[in-house]
Design a protein around this ligand. Structure first.
Ligand SMILES: Cc1ncc(COP(=O)(O)O)c(C=O)c1O
Length: 459
């Protein structure tokens, strides 16, 4: 299912460049193929796609060697919520560069780092103490080590198809159908090879949005579970929302069984609101992982949580390194980013809501015009498109796997790219502040062309 489900075709390393690709791209691709295995991230099978080299960006658009523009609905895989040329934001980074650009994270600190931690504590409900990192993947590892160090327990309980980065212990794994006394993830057909053989031995996995499955597992194994780790909205698989009351009930179950709860808010943090999904849903976890939108486009991540738990870092019982953990350019970017997010009483969020509504309504209108059963869902700031009939919300990955028309999505993604509409994994649209009304009109025209071509290709 992998490549089709992800809606991508083409292999970066093989075949001839297709028509329409300019000479410079063609020759760069040849040179790249001689010295690289592929693009710099291939966490999703089939996502290598065709050669695509960008030379510049402006506002909500990228440009290639032929000077063609691509409307950006990826936002640098999520972080670049201001688009590509927000002057005030870029100035903050430049000015930091001129003052102090490198700091040894085990030896010294900056005032900016303290200010940023104060801002996170002010906005994110569960945050009492904060530790910085650089990528979401490593911050997830940090959160798990903190949870295991604090509790002295072995298991991390995670959920089918939730994404927590590419590192062994959380990468992939499937959930066997039917009851299992110990719901350990089993290898999935889409898993990477090369993962350490016993990497998942200290994980448990249950279906998300299924309270009974969680309660059964907690009932049997809570004494050995260090933390329940979840994306509060499944932004990495169809943007499935939590069922009404689900997160609250999860919180209650974790309290009842004495197990820590960690929200992986790498994608939702600072995007859904200044306090992330936990603020939006009114459910406070014990720990949170933040990355992507926290710094508006620069690399930065953080783990925050209750003081009592984070104490394991202060007393050095949990040891964690990271050369770039307090990288001044990223810290400066994050401070400016949060200042911009706070401005005018959250005007950014109102603007994103308005852009999102226009885009979603526009795509649904196009779907009706051409008889295509689009399903669009997602929280503020990100929306996933799938081809699903007969429902206006899908809550679980299994339901999506069963109901969605993956071949059609694959074809549609190919057409979107040929219309130079850039979307993320599957068909995920990330909304940025840089998207103007004209950008949305232009994007909808291109999406309409792609849909027309789809309707002609797939009757
Ligand atoms: C929910 C979630 N957790 C963790 C990660 C990994 O973050 P990074 O790519 O910065 O390592 C991602 C990345 O997409 C994510 O969406």
């Amino acid at each position: 299912m992998a490549a089709q489900a992800l809606g991508v075709t083409g292999t970066w390393g093989e075949g001839e460049v297709t028509s329409g690709v300019d000479n410079m791209t063609n020759s760069l691709w040849e040179r790249a193929r001689a010295v690289m295995p592929g693009k710099q991230s291939n966490v999703r099978r089939g996502a290598q796609g065709n050669p695509l080299f960008f030379t510049a960006s402006q506002g909500a658009r990228y440009f290639d060697f032929a000077g063609q523009d691509y409307i950006d609905f990826v936002g640098g895989m999520g972080p670049a919520i201001w688009g590509h040329s927000k002057e005030e934001y870029l100035e903050a980074i430049k000015s930091q560069l001129e003052t102090l650009f490198s700091i040894p994270s085990t030896i010294a600190q900056t005032e900016a780092e303290v200010l940023l931690a104060e801002k996170i504590v002010e906005h994110v409900p569960c945050a009492e103490w904060v530790r910085f990192a650089i990528s979401g993947s490593e911050a997830v590892q940090l959160a798990m080590r903190i949870a295991r160090g604090y509790s002295g327990r072995r298991y991390v309980l995670r959920f089918h198809k939730h994404y927590h980065g590419w590192i062994d212990g959380v990468s992939g794994g499937d959930l066997p159908v039917g009851a299992s006394d110990l719901p350990v993830p089993v290898p999935s057909a889409t898993d990477s090879s090369g993962i350490a053989k016993h990497a998942h031995a200290d994980s448990l996995m249950v279906q998300w949005n299924d309270l009974r499955a969680l309660e059964d597992t907690l009932k049997k194994h809570s004494a050995e579970i260090a933390v329940v780790l979840m994306e509060p909205v499944m932004l990495n698989f169809g943007c499935c929302p939590p069922r009404e009351g689900y997160l609250t009930a999860v919180r209650q179950l974790c309290d009842q069984y004495g197990v820590l709860l960690c929200f992986d808010e790498v994608f939702t943090g600072f995007r859904m609101s200044l306090g992330g999904a936990q603020e939006a849903f009114g459910v406070t976890p014990d720990l949170v992982v933040l990355a992507k939108a926290i710094a508006g486009g620069m690399p930065l991540a953080a783990v925050a949580g209750r003081r009592e738990i984070m104490q394991v870092l202060r007393d050095d019982s949990v040891l964690v390194g990271g050369t770039f953990n307090s990288f001044p350019l990223s810290i400066a970017a994050a401070l400016k980013n949060i200042e911009l997010l706070e401005r005018d009483n959250g005007a950014f969020y109102r603007r994103i809501d308005a852009i999102q509504e226009k885009l979603v309504q526009g795509i649904y209108d196009i779907g009706r015009e051409f008889g295509q059963s689009f399903l669009l869902q997602g929280p503020r700031g990100v929306v996933h498109l799938n081809f699903v009939s007969g429902t206006d919300v899908v809550y679980a990955p299994n339901e999506l796997l069963e109901k969605a028309n993956w071949e059609r999505l694959a074809k549609f993604n190919e057409l979107l790219l040929s219309e130079r509409v850039l979307v993320g994994g599957g068909s995920r649209f990330v909304l940025t502040d840089a998207l103007s009304d004209d950008d949305i009109v232009d994007a909808l025209n291109r999406i309409r062309s792609a849909t027309l071509r789809l309707s002609e290709a797939v009757k």
